[in-house]
Write a protein that binds this ligand. Structure first.
Ligand code: ZN
Ligand code: ZN
Length: 293
């Protein structure tokens, strides 16, 4: 009885962390006790290893890399990491054409197609098309049993796919790239302001907040605001903005400089069941074998 509940917990619990988030590099870890994947490898392999070690995570559990798009802040560490650990790399054909992955063995590279689910152990990863100024950009949903985590960054607009899948997530990495006033009044040239906010670039705090307020599901427990601009946003501003409306949902701002802690998603309900069962079992044993106590 207890074993099957333990198995159920393994199958429903996802461990997640942002190893870095922002225009200087993106790398998101999603896994369980057995295996893990990385969404993007935008910091160096060495730095990824250092940060994972600090969190007690092992690169040897990472069984696949999934690439969202070809911008350098998402692929900088891919070649070294894929070669060093002999990990398969999942990438859309359009993204692959725009990446220089020629140092990776051909058999390590796998084509990713929209809405196709890739199974890595007990993790199911689905790529979703998104709007961004890249060849064939994708968001990702990672599921383990009933638990779902979304990775939604580098989005020009809140599209139907984003809404449909955000609604299903227990936890999500969601882009909150810029504060509209800070971008508008800031020092960026006009063309860059337009590139960021013109529907092919990044989500503003307001766009992300509107999505959150209108579509957050009742079972969501964690929201990790991601890919914050260094010049046109502030972590404190984002934290306050979302926390005001978050209720019981934990709000975390993913840093441009350091990893977040590891968060356990989808575990609470089952853990409580196991804790309760353990107490009942203990009581049962005391009643059955009073001399043992
Ligand atoms: Zn990016
Ligand atoms: Zn990008």
């Amino acid at each position: 009885m207890r074993k099957s509940q333990q198995e159920q917990m393994d199958c429903n619990t996802l461990l997640i962390t942002s190893l870095n988030s922002g225009s200087n590099g993106n790398c998101y870890y999603v896994g369980n006790d057995e295996e893990a994947i990385l969404i993007d490898a935008g910091i160096s392999c060495k730095e990824t290893e250092i940060r994972m070690k600090r969190l007690g995570l092992s690169m040897h559990k990472v069984k696949a890399l999934f690439i969202s798009h070809e911008h350098s802040d998402h692929i900088r560490g891919v070649c070294v990491m894929a070669r060093k650990y002999n990990i398969p790399v999942y990438v859309t054909p359009g993204t692959l054409l725009n990446c220089k992955f020629n140092k990776i063995k051909t058999e390590q590279i796998h084509h990713l197609r929209s809405f196709e689910t890739i199974t890595v152990g007990s993790l199911n990863i689905t790529g979703l098309p998104k709007v961004h100024d890249a060849a064939e950009p994708h968001s990702f949903i990672i599921a383990c049993g009933d638990t779902k985590v979304g990775v939604f960054t580098d989005l020009g607009v809140v599209c139907e796919e984003l809404i449909r899948h955000f609604k299903q997530c227990d936890a999500a990495f969601l882009e909150a790239n810029y504060d509209e006033d800070m971008l508008h009044n800031g020092r960026y040239p006009y063309f860059l302001k337009k590139r960021i906010s013109g529907g092919q670039g990044h989500l503003s705090n307001k766009q992300a907040l509107d999505l959150f307020l209108e579509h957050k599901p009742a079972h969501m427990t964690h929201l990790l605001l991601s890919h914050l601009s260094k010049d046109n946003n502030s972590p404190e501003l984002v934290q306050t903005l979302f926390e005001t409306h978050a209720g019981d949902i934990k709000i975390i701002v993913a840093s441009r400089y350091i990893e977040t802690p590891v968060f356990s998603i989808g575990a609470t309900a089952i853990s409580n069941v196991i804790a309760e069962t353990s107490q009942l079992d203990l009581l049962d044993q005391l009643i059955s074998y009073p001399s043992a106590g």
